[in-house]
Design a protein around this ligand. Structure first.
Ligand code: ADP
Ligand code: MG
Length: 319
């Protein structure tokens, strides 16, 4: 007997509710944040060919679909609680479903985030996840809080996911080990949830780097009505990326996208609190620039020379 819609949901996506009062199986799930907390919610859709390659292992697709959503909670300093999963599947492929659900639940369990419901239909492969988190009122990290004089920081390293894409496209060649490393960055991004939580009360603004560092920074600048100078050579990158041609390094670090690191601001007098948040979350953070009252974005290199900003950011309707 071929598996039907409801067998599929029961087999791959139903577990005992933990925190939720009602999980998968009813018309609505019931979920309450801790008393006094605000609910933080976000949704992201992943489309085959656009957000992941058809060659990506199913386990990694499951991981990434949830990771990009947890990254939005991280950027707001929200603690993950639960998520929903809307899936369009071209056919019932049990090998895909088993791998996908394994990758999805492994990351979900790591962050104590439970699947509470969803929708399943037939159609071109499309994965839409909605997440729910909680944050104390007034403590969410938002895009609009950057102030002139604030330092600008980014966590981890950026650019490897874009380098992997360039290798897939055939425009760059790297060795086998280097390829495995950058491919992991693209297919298995780690949402910086612990850092986001540690930055509550420290960062004045935050965003996760999903569409390219400069493009995402421009959202912060616009919402905060400020400008910035970025020292482009200070943007942290992996040893693999640092071995590439300088122009490729700039494109990957400044306009790469799919990094899911946190880009955030904090006043200089909170520098030791930032270092402490980084230490507690086991991540490096680098200071890459400064927020200024003058609007616009200025780029300089390590020698202090101006660098042209011709780095576009990802836009689904302007390719
Ligand atoms: P409804 O008729 O109310 O839309 P469905 O028949 O679509 O409900 O789904 C039945 C139950 O299974 C619901 O509780 C729904 O939330 C859940 N569900 C459906 N698809 C998924 C999925 N991919 N992951 C988790 N839960 C799902
Ligand atoms: Mg439904």
């Amino acid at each position: 007997m071929a598996l039907g819609e409801f067998d599929l949901i029961a087999r791959y996506f139903t577990r005992e509710p933990r925190r939720a009062a009602v999980g998968v199986g009813d018309d609505c799930a019931l979920l309450a944040p801790s008393p006094g907390m605000q609910l933080a919610t976000s949704v992201d859709m992943l489309v085959e060919g656009r957000h992941f390659l058809p060659t990506a292992p199913p386990e990694r697709i499951g991981h990434k679909a949830l990771a990009v959503n947890l990254s939005d909670l991280a950027a707001c300093g929200a603690k993950p609680l639960a998520f929903t999963l809307a899936l369009a599947l071209p056919r019932i492929d049990e090998a895909f479903l088993a791998g996908f659900s394994r990758g999805l639940f492994a990351l979900a369990d790591e962050h104590g985030c439970e699947l509470i419901g969803g929708d399943t239909t037939q159609g071109p492969l499309n994965i839409c996840i909605g997440v729910f988190g909680e944050v104390p009122p007034g403590e969410a990290l938002l895009r609009g809080g950057a102030r002139p004089g604030d330092d600008l920081y980014v966590s981890g390293t950026v650019g490897d996911a874009r380098l992997a894409l360039e290798v897939f496209r055939g425009s760059v060649a790297v060795g086998a080990d280097a390829f495995e490393q950058v491919r992991r960055a693209m297919e298995v991004p780690q949402p910086r949830v612990a850092l986001g939580l540690a930055l509550r009360g420290v960062a004045t603004s935050a965003i996760d780097v999903s569409d390219g560092l400069l493009g995402d920074l421009s959202h912060v600048l616009r919402r905060s009505r400020v400008g910035a100078t970025v020292q482009v050579d200070a943007v942290p990158r992996s040893a693999v990326l640092a071995g590439q041609a300088p122009a490729m390094q700039r494109v990957c670090t400044l306009a790469g996208g799919d990094d899911y690191e946190l880009l955030f601001t904090a006043p200089p007098e909170r520098a030791s609190a930032v270092a402490d948040a980084a230490r507690r979350s086991g991540l490096a953070v680098a200071r890459i620039g400064r927020i200024e009252a003058d609007s616009g974005l200025r780029l300089i290199d390590a020698a202090g020379q101006a660098v042209d900003n011709d780095f576009g950011s990802f836009d689904h309707f302007r390719l």
